[in-house]
Ligand binder design. Structure first.
Ligand code: GDP
Ligand code: IMO
Ligand code: MG
Length: 433
């Protein structure tokens, strides 16, 4: 059995996926991104130096790991080139270690402009990253988008690009009163990116099929989080891709029968960037304190992340839908100074009725009153602790309480942003050894 792992964020993103992927990557041969785009911001901290990855998989810092951008990802070529250049300047071997599927849909300037136009004009906006993600996936589903592979034939590419940009310019100019996108300028910019990107094109589905059978081990790196999934998330306040485990198969071409271990990652509290329901959101000093201590500012947009207590109803929903084999709990250290810690164990309606399922509609979400269980804080430093037994009693109680409520043991506990600041429990060692 191959020891492949899928990494899935269990909340609204920013759970610390980048740190965990980077940490595990040295034991694996491939890291694969299979959905999302540069809306993702995965932070890796090595020797106090911070690197934020948006499109390039988080295996790139390990020199023996091959990194793959599979078909489910939407790519903004100019931004990918910029990211590749930055990584090369830092000494990482991107040219030799990055493969791209020709089937990845492109994010073009018209998609970015449409995203910005909608966000600025609509009253009920989603609070997107304005990276053009939604419009690019819309064009993919509408079967008119351009793909990385289209770059190979310049002539055909030019024709398709002109058509698509003119198609969107109509709406941009006449409906949103935005400036039109210049397709010739866009073409020139893409041709610059072309020479670097086409060298990286591979038949990713075939590559993964063969390498899987050769016994190579792989990490499938999810972007965003379960609650931002287009099918199962807090719709319409979601992203436009499949962030749940099903996205791995669609987004990479991996067969359903291929053996996968699924590692769910959640942080010891909750955060969300952008708009939409957030039952346990904090608007008080504790929320502000946690934002500062946890440095909860968007890795992609710099926006202040909204903060709240851990929500077990939502964590259990993530468990139902993603079949996790293992779990990682991150940012435990951020709770260090608190007198008491709340865990949301159920929801209540205005009439007092208690329930433990997620609501169907936004109107219901907005009326939820969280039911909390309150635990004592540990009020001492856990940052950098690497052994479970060295955690304070109250921190162990907090972890045990969570395990009781979700009925799955936690296998990895993160106590700081650095690779070394991690407790790895024995039950996962067989997989990551
Ligand atoms: P991702 O999108 O899931 O990869 O997460 P982000 O990188 O957007 O946000 C997670 C942030 O928390 C980053 O700044 C990480 O460096 C940091 N981080 C990860 N794990 C820990 C941890 O255990 N403790 C602390 N204090 N910070 C952490
Ligand atoms: P990582 O991979 C947190 C949010 C946006 C917005 C919604 C839709 O770092 O966890 P989009 O630009 O995707 O159309 O925006 O999704 N969002 C994220 N929030 N972390 C992310 O990625 C996110 N990617 C998108 O803030 O609410
Ligand atoms: Mg992030």
């Amino acid at each position: 059995m191959n020891k492949n792992i899928v990494i899935i964020g269990m909340q609204w993103g920013d759970e610390g996926k980048g740190k965990i992927v980077d940490l595990l990557a040295k034991k694996f041969q491939y890291v694969i991104r299979y959905q999302g785009g540069d809306n993702a911001g995965h932070t890796i901290v090595v020797d106090n130096k911070k690197i934020i990855l948006h499109l390039v998989p988080s295996g790139i810092l390990n020199s023996n790991v091959k990194n793959v951008i599979a078909n489910g990802v939407v790519i903004n070529p100019s931004l990918l080139i910029k990211e590749i250049k930055t990584l090369k300047n830092l000494g990482f071997l991107v040219d030799k270690h990055l493969y791209i599927s020709p089937f990845c849909s492109l994010i073009l300037p018209c998609h970015v402009a449409l995203d910005k136009a909608r966000e600025s004009l609509s009253k009920k906006n989603i609070g997107t990253t304005c990276k053009g993600i939604g419009p690019a996936y819309e064009d993919k589903i509408a079967r008119r988008n351009l793909r990385i592979g289209d770059l190979i034939n310049k002539k055909i590419f030019f024709k398709k690009l002109k058509y698509l940009i003119e198609y969107h310019n109509f709406q941009l100019v006449h409906y949103y009163k935005f400036n039109p996108i210049n397709y010739k300028k866009t073409f020139d910019e893409l041709i610059e990116a072309r020479s670097i990107l086409i060298k990286m094109i591979r038949d990713v589905a075939l590559l993964l099929y063969k390498e899987n059978r050769n016994g190579k081990s792989m990490i499938f790196e999810g972007a965003q989080g379960f609650l931002l999934d287009i099918e199962h998330g807090t719709y319409p306040y979601v992203t436009s891709s499949y962030t749940t485990v099903g996205g791995v198969f669609l987004g990479s071409g991996l067969g359903l029968s291929d053996n996968l271990n699924i590692l769910g990652i959640f942080k010891a509290y909750s955060t969300r960037v952008g708009n939409g329901p957030f039952p346990t959101e904090l608007f008080d000093d504790i929320g502000r304190y946690l934002r500062k201590k946890g440095q909860e500012y968007g890795s992609t947009t710099g926006r202040a992340r909204r903060i709240g207590w851990l929500d077990i109803v939502l964590i259990n929903r993530a468990i139902q839908i993603n079949s996790f084999s293992f779990l990682a709990l991150t940012k435990l250290d951020v709770l260090d100074e608190l007198e008491e810690i709340k865990i949301c164990i159920a929801y209540k309606k205005k009439d007092g009725q208690v329930f433990e399922r997620i609501p169907f509609f936004i109107e219901e979400w907005n009326e939820i009153i969280p039911v909390y269980e309150i635990l004592p804080g540990w009020k001492c430093n856990t940052s950098g602790i690497t052994e479970y037994d060295k955690l304070p009693r109250e921190a162990i109680n907090y972890i045990r309480k969570i395990e009781t409520l979700i009925k799955i043991p936690i296998s990895i506990i993160s106590t700081g942003p650095e690779r070394s600041e991690t407790i790895i429990l024995s039950n996962i060692l067989g997989i990551i050894k």
